[in-house]
Write a protein that binds this ligand. Structure first.
Ligand code: A1D88
Length: 256
């Protein structure tokens, strides 16, 4: 697969995709198409059990390409929306980790929030400053931020346009870990490598139950969990997990 705005490297069990769209890693159409193509390419590849998305340079992403707002369309593929890509990430059956080596604003933060896990640089800021442009967060920020940090804090971020510091993002539960910028990618890769050794079916069903469960009633969510439990209990991996435990050895999960 050829990507124009992503540097994609294959690691053992996972893939790292670095957005490479200087000067701000703006999420223009070519970037969104590349991420979408990468998700499609990795979906049924058994050897890819996790995806890390990071940025090149000082910013993770400054958001949607403001130049595109003024109608300067780049590229000739049909227009793709951040919603299309971010919903695909959020509902992806494999973990997607945002390795935020720099600040993320607007759509860049919305991309990170659609990922399942987030590692943030201690020098970075994360915000939804769209109100300063006279618009609103338009790729899911009004929905995901309150779900992640609560309505009161989310409203302050969006109504004032003031970004969170890394410390606030960690304290509010927006990110999993904060480390120095130069360690972000390594931390994300360590996490991806750990998840790549996990039981793929169990990970898939956990992602599904949590993601779908948060958007429905507890009763419906429990039904989703029960359906997932049924799938994994019938799997070869469940047998391998029990066997490895009693044989006191690491399990070798095959995703079957
Ligand atoms: C549905 C989703 C909607 C959205 O996402 S709307 C966009 C929301 N994002 C923002 O509002 C952030 C806009 N950018 C900024 O506030 C600043 O930038 C930063 C804080 C990210 C960085 O500031 P600094 O270090 O002073 O750099 P700089 O000179 O402002 O920008 C460097 C170059 O990057 C371009 N750029 C920055 N953000 C975007 C963007 N979102 N879309 C397109 N280009 C962008 C600038 O224009 C400039 O370019 P040149 O060097 O040619 O002057």
């Amino acid at each position: 697969m050829e990507y124009t705005k992503l540097n994609v490297t294959r690691e053992d069990g996972y893939v790292v995709a670095a957005i490479n769209n200087p000067p701000a890693n703006a999420l223009g159409q070519p970037v969104l198409h590349d991420i979408n193509d990468l998700l499609d390419a990795c979906l049924n590849e058994a050897g890819v059990r996790a995806i890390v998305i990071t940025g090149t340079g000082k910013l993770f992403s400054a958001g949607a390409d403001i130049k595109e707002f003024s109608g300067i369309q780049s590229g000739d593929r049909p227009k793709i929306s951040g919603h299309d890509v971010f919903l695909k990430i959020e509902n992806y059956p494999k973990p997607v980790i945002a390795a935020m080596q720099g600040s993320a604003f607007g759509g860049g933060n919305e991309l990170a929030m659609s990922c399942h896990l987030r590692i943030l640089a201690d020098s970075a800021k994360v915000g939804l400053p769209e109100v300063n442009l006279g618009i609103i967060p338009g790729w899911g920020g009004t929905q995901r931020l309150p779900r992640l940090i609560g309505k009161t804090r989310a409203l302050e971020v969006m109504l004032t346009g003031t970004p969170l510091t890394a410390e606030q993002a960690l304290n509010y539960g927006l990110v999993n870990k904060v480390v120095p910028a130069e360690q972000v990618l390594d931390e994300a890769k360590k996490l991806a490598a750990k998840l790549a050794k996990g039981a793929p079916l169990a990970i898939r069903e956990i992602l599904k139950a949590v993601t779908q469960g948060l958007n429905t009633t507890i009763e419906e969510g429990i039904k989703i969990e029960q359906a997932g439990s049924k799938v994994v209990f019938a799997s070869e991996d469940a047998k391998e997990g029990g066997k490895a435990f009693f044989e006191k050895r690491p399990p070798n999960f095959k995703g079957k």
